[in-house]
Design a protein around this ligand. Sequence first.
Ligand code: FE2
Length: 234
Amino acid sequence: MLAITRRNVVLGAAGGLTPFASVATAQVRDGPLAELAVGLEREIAGLAAAPEEALGGVQALLRSAAGAGAFDRWRRSPPAESHKIEVLRSGGLGRSWKVQLFGIPEGRSHPPHCHENLASCLVVLDGRLRVREYERLRARETEAAALLRGVFDDRLGPGEGMVTAEDYRNAHWFGAVGGRALAVNFKASGHFRRELFRLRNRRYLDPSGGRRGEFWAPFISPAEARARFAGAPL
Ligand SMILES: [Fe+2]
């Protein structure tokens, strides 16, 4: 894969190279976003071998970038509605990574879901998230339902975050509490298994049948997940 340098970032932003790191909303030649892109490419080299460690390194980069003002333009004037803003992306079919901002109004949620062939982490920037995380016991799951085990159910404040890998806390559900929340999210797909292009690496679940211990969570459609869970707090 082409190593990302500041020059590649600039070329990517102009739409010229693939794979590339691009900035969706602004030209970046220097500064904390360009530094973040270079650091992320270095950090995820070890993603498949040691995902939790690599994602911990990614979280440190995200916190450092936030402290350096990388996301300030979006933090100053967040939209009122629930939104995702793509800040950086790299790669193409097969393997790719992306940095997004998640803006979530109070009482709204990202519905419960799990992931396929995806590693991600999140750091809260502003506000608070109520988060539930689950281990996904893949070996025993069926076509109709995942077997989950609840491992975290609490609030996260600024600087705190969560890590998601193929076999580590693969399912989660989170929403804003006490006001609007803004979080920065990193996700990398295609690092755990070789496979053809996948349209979706997110599957929605209904975990309302349990909270602690092991319990079955039926897979549900995106439409059902939005209708039942997106408009309500956890
Ligand atoms: Fe997720």
